[in-house]
Design a binder for this molecule. Structure first.
Ligand code: SAM
Length: 391
């Protein structure tokens, strides 16, 4: 019986709509474990509400992470930090996807000197405060080039706290994500958990002989009748309507320079995929918050004269259909939550490798920590609804 499965606890910092926790939830169910989420933090109210809708028993805090984890690395715990472990209880896995706009090559203004980059190192401080058995931090590969050396700072602080740490840049096709997307992953483990290098080098979850394609992810949604805007593509400008028609009339996937707006011409090395059409038989390009606009990337549907819908973008992010992203949400909110999400298959693969080695919470811990943090009680644990085959 699911209700008798042992319980692990997860804290999710910068939780967004919950991509990282969803992957762990799936892996936990595979190992017959339930999850308790005593703390999930995001400062965006729509993201926090969405997380809570999917994990109604989570201890959600709509707040800045640095307002809860408010001390500096190496300094004694603050009053806030001293109280937090008593509220949160034992933590099996701490996951964090700090904002990555400051590191992204798409950000030409403040790249690598953005104060948001320091939020990455705050995860090490959270580990010192909450003492999780495992820490997983996800970001864009460019985080390794940050001027403040946040990755080194974080890894050193975690090692000083007794963790074994490994860093890698992972091609997410390896874990079955149907996107050409590379992500930086920091994994820190304690106790008798296998070496983090072994775990990261051995990650799987994709198909042995081929990569997953756009068709695998969204083939069944090609002609779905939109009941809500979730299954409706955004309306293109008249100019973009013409560009979409050209892609189909000429059966091409990339527009000539002359057909792009002047600001995108002559930048073919960086921006070649902009205004492009996806291929059925290949992975998608990285899904970003701009998936609804052909000027933001290769987001025109392979066979239909439109850009991809929020539902299709969520599928390409390996967010299962049972996840409720809020039918009342606005297109912009979906773009933020879906585009910012960490593909769930990444933490599903990590969870499958890690969870069998983690000691479940004992009954006293499960009962004692019943209050959780924030708006909701933290004691009811989550299991995923039945999943379709192939996911
Ligand atoms: C890359 S997204 C995280 C995605 C999430 N891990 C997932 O898998 O769905 C970063 C998130 O951090 C939130 N955020 C940015 N700055 C924050 C801060 N100082 N404190 C808390 N949340 C913050 C944003 O609202 C955004 O949802």
């Amino acid at each position: 019986m699911e209700k008798d499965w042992p319980v692990l606890s997860v804290v999710d910092l910068f939780c967004g709509c919950g991509g990282m926790t969803i992957g762990l939830l799936e892996a936990a169910a595979d190992a017959k474990r339930r999850l308790r989420i005593p703390l999930a933090v995001d400062d965006d109210p729509t993201a926090a509400d969405t997380f809570l809708r999917n994990f109604p028993s989570a201890g959600i805090e709509c707040a800045k992470v640095e307002s809860l984890i408010d001390g500096e690395l190496g300094a004694p715990l603050t009053a806030m930090e001293s109280r937090l472990p008593r509220k949160v209880g034992p933590v099996s896995i701490l996951v964090a996807g700090p904002p990555c706009q400051g590191h992204s090559d798409l950000n030409n203004k403040t790249r690598r000197n953005d104060p948001r980059n320091a939020l990455y190192a705050r995860v090490a401080r959270a580990a010192v405060v909450l003492k999780p058995a495992v820490v997983i931090v996800e970001n864009v590969p460019q985080v390794a080039n940050d001027h403040g050396q946040v990755v080194d700072l974080t890894a050193c602080a975690l090692e000083a706290a007794g963790y074994r740490v490994h860093l890698t840049t992972l091609d997410l096709r390896k874990v079955g994500v149907p996107q050409r997307r590379k992500r930086h992953v920091l994994l820190a483990v304690s106790g008798s958990t296998p070496s983090p290098r072994e775990i990261l080098d051995g990650l799987g979850g994709g198909c042995a002989d081929h990569v997953r394609t756009v068709e695998w992810a969204i083939g069944d949604l090609e002609d779905v009748e939109p009941v809500t805007a979730f299954d409706r593509a955004s309306t293109p400008s008249p100019e973009n309507r013409e560009r979409i028609d050209k892609l189909f009339d000429e059966n091409i996937h990339d527009l000539d320079n002359d057909d792009r707006p002047p600001c995108h011409r002559d930048k073919k090395h960086t921006y070649r995929s902009m205004y492009g059409r996806l291929w059925w038989d290949q992975p998608a390009q990285t899904i970003t918050t701009g998936f609804g606009s052909m000027g933001q990337g290769r987001y025109v549907h392979p066979t239909r004269r439109r850009t991809i819908t929020p539902h299709e973008a969520a599928r390409l992010q390996t967010i299962p259909d049972y996840v409720q992203l809020g039918l009342e949400a606005k297109r912009g909110a979906w773009a933020q939550m879906i585009g910012n999400a960490v593909p769930a298959f990444l933490t599903r693969a990590l969870g499958r490798a890690l969870i069998p080695h983690l000691t479940p919470l004992n009954d006293d811990d499960v009962a004692w920590a019943a209050k959780g943090v924030g708006r909701s009680s933290g004691h009811v644990t989550a299991t995923p609804p039945a999943r379709g085959t192939g996911w």
